[in-house]
Design a protein around this ligand. Structure first.
Ligand code: GDP
Ligand code: MG
Ligand code: K
Length: 299
């Protein structure tokens, strides 16, 4: 689903163990969370939660490896983790304000220095410290890295979490709603359906569109009478020129794609399906999500 001026993007939270990353996510996402970490379509950088408002969708992803300097990661793994951080729109570097900057933080800082990705320094657990004691700690980090913003919060009590979300929103680019706003649990068929549609597009267009196209499932909804499922999906392409190819003369090709994909989806769901397909140019979309997915560790 696309809306003029809507923003969306991927955000990675990094920080030493116990700084409050999970507490923060639970607080932010609460009822709105869609945990999709065990789903096949999720990036190897597991999706931890999706937070959607009227204007913004923030997809929080986990970047394994980078949190654990003691863990013996191969060069390759470390490179992949670092590359993944390069592909996100923003990084939340979370620290515990009650502890001085330590070795674990220095390790993360060294990794972050290699990146151009905007970083927000999140000083968590401010409820445990006198406000006067916070600035020197902030300085110790600012001496080492440049931050898009520095936000003290208490993830536990909720203090200042709203302003932090606003800082994130400032950084995110305009983009699609990758996941439905009302999604509380993941639809297990979602990925298969998107792949079914993608497959038809590739078959019908031969080699005229690159494999980098993606299909976002905007909505899967069973009608009230229960006899029919409405599926709304968007084919994301990178260039305007690909749009005409996919749609075809008077929409003929898109119709074929839709009709054949619908048959497959009906088999999968065991019910009649109304499939509504859109084609949308989303420049750079691949960098945002597809590439992350492609990096997947198959563990
Ligand atoms: P993670 O390892 O970074 O995911 O950290 P957790 O979210 O599991 O939190 C570690 C511990 O810190 C838990 O006992 C939390 O309750 C506590 N904690 C997290 N955020 C805060 C906070 O803002 N204030 C206080 N006082 N404790 C917090
Ligand atoms: Mg945790
Ligand atoms: K994904």
């Amino acid at each position: 689903m696309f809306k003029e001026g809507f923003k969306s993007g991927f955000v990675s939270i990094i920080g030493r163990p116990n700084v409050g990353k999970s507490t923060f996510l639970n607080r932010v996402i609460g009822q709105k969370i869609a945990i999709m970490s065990d789903k096949p379509q999720t990036t190897r950088n597991k999706i931890q939660g999706v937070y959607t408002t009227e204007d913004v969708q923030t997809i929080f992803i986990d970047t394994p490896g980078i949190h654990k300097p003691k863990h013996k990661l191969g060069d390759f793994m470390m490179k992949v983790a670092t590359n993944a951080l390069r592909e996100v729109d923003a990084i939340l570097f979370m620290v515990n304000v009650t502890e001085p900057k330590g070795k674990g933080d220095d390790f993360i800082i060294e990794k972050l220095k290699e990146l151009d990705t905007p970083i927000i320094l999140v000083m968590n657990k401010v409820d445990l410290i006198h406000p006067n004691d916070i600035p020197p700690i902030i300085e110790s980090y600012k001496n080492e890295l440049e931050f898009a913003a520095v936000v003290p919060i208490s993830a536990l009590q909720g203090n200042n979490v709203g302003p932090l979300l606003e800082e994130i929103a400032k950084i995110l680019p305009e983009g699609p709603m990758y996941y439905p706003a009302d999604q509380v649990t993941d639809h297990p068929e979602r990925f298969i359906i998107s792949e079914m549609i993608r497959e038809k597009v590739l078959q019908k267009t031969r080699d005229e569109v690159p494999h980098s196209i993606a299909v976002a499932i905007d909505q899967i909804k069973t009608r009230e009478n229960g006899n029919m499922v409405d599926v709304h999906a968007t084919i994301l392409i990178e260039r305007d020129s690909q749009k005409g190819i996919i749609i075809g003369k008077r929409g003929a090709l898109l119709k074929e794609i839709g009709s054949e994909a619908r048959t497959d989806i009906e088999m999968l769901l065991g019910t009649k399906v109304y499939l509504n397909l859109w084609v949308k140019v989303q420049k750079d979309w691949r960098n945002k999500a597809g590439q992350l997915r492609e990096l997947g560790f198959r563990d």
